[in-house]
Write a protein that binds this ligand. Structure first.
Ligand code: C2E
Ligand code: CA
Ligand code: CA
Ligand code: CA
Length: 275
């Protein structure tokens, strides 16, 4: 009612106004979340589909919001990207993940997601090297997961950065493979060591002939390019067996485990060792 005199405001949809306020509040909360120590990193096992041995984990950030409980990254990463807060959050996740992974068996790798804005940060290499040296984690045990959004940026600079990271021994995975527009060209131009098949190609496997054909083509392509394959979103034993038969290197998904808080992830590892 107070807005009535202001003309235009009256024509605003109350739903849009509510969303704008919520977004503003999210920005305020997010800006404070890091100093309030509200972020957590959960770990989802990446498993060899033949032996079921845990070979790696993907670090996935969660926000323990004092009022809203555990907030998923899908609900705050975009805001964090748009406000630039992702750089601070991303460095924190990287340090945390490297530190946690440094105590795992030495054959295990840790995969960390990098967003486009983090990639544009000129301090990125320093941040990564800092996280590695502070934790003592060898660079060969770190894999950075990158989506096409990163590659759309300044191509020459992106290539230099990626080649530098590869030269240090850090793995590079092309994340969400197949969901973008130019994935094939990028595979040729950039030094990826791994492809992650997006779960949209996995959901209807093994029944859907089209998905199966695309899946098999991606696996063949990765083989020809000497890249390893991780399959996302494995939710059934049939999907696990399909991935194993196709010769995929790693699988990840709810059938094996959801992303777990660190202590539960350690229990998962111990149970696997005992089994
Ligand atoms: P992503 O990189 O594609 O990560 C995989 C997502 O799939 C995760 O969602 C994971 O929990 C979910 N997932 C794993 N297995 C299954 C399954 O069997 N079925 C289904 N339906 N889902 C499965 P999450 O944790 O909500 O993360 C969503 C996205 O947020 C990630 O997608 C990634 O793009 C982004 N993200 C998460 N953590 C970070 C981070 O630390 N930094 C950045 N920049 N982005 C992050
Ligand atoms: Ca990922
Ligand atoms: Ca994905
Ligand atoms: Ca993604």
């Amino acid at each position: 009612a107070k807005l009535d005199g202001k003309g235009l405001a009256r024509r605003f949809d109350p739903e849009l106004q509510r969303q704008a306020r919520e977004r503003q509040q999210m920005e305020i909360d997010l800006a404070q979340a890091l100093i309030r120590n509200e972020f957590e990193v959960h770990y989802q096992p990446l498993v060899d589909p033949r032996t079921l041995e845990v070979k790696a984990a993907e670090a996935l950030v969660r926000w323990r919001h004092p009022g809203r409980g555990l907030v998923s990254p899908v609900d705050f990463i975009t805001v964090a990207e748009e406000t630039g807060l992702i750089s601070g959050i991303g460095s924190w996740v990287l340090s945390r993940a490297c530190q946690d992974a440094a105590s795992w068996p030495s054959h295990m790798r840790i995969a960390v997601n990098l967003s486009p804005t983090q990639f544009r940060d000129p301090a990125l290499i320093e941040t990564i090297m800092g996280a590695l040296s502070a934790s003592g984690l060898p660079p060969q045990r770190l894999v950075l997961e990158i989506t096409e959004g990163v590659l759309l940026l300044d191509e020459a600079r992106t290539l230099t950065t990626l080649e530098l990271l590869r030269a240090y021994g850090i793995g590079l995975a092309m994340d969400d493979f197949g969901t973008g527009y130019a994935s094939l060209g990028y595979l040729r131009r950039f030094p990826f060591s791994k492809i992650k098949i997006d779960r949209s190609f996995v959901r209807d496997l093994p029944a859907d002939r089209g998905c199966a054909a695309i899946f098999q083509a991606i696996v063949a392509l990765a083989g020809a390019l000497n890249m390893s394959i991780t399959v996302e979103g494995v939710e059934t034993v049939e999907q696990l067996n399909f991935a194993a038969e196709e010769g995929c290197d790693l699988v990840q998904g709810y059938y094996l485990s959801r992303p777990l808080p660190l202590a539960e992830f350690h229990l998962f590892l111990n149970r696997r060792e005992a089994a």
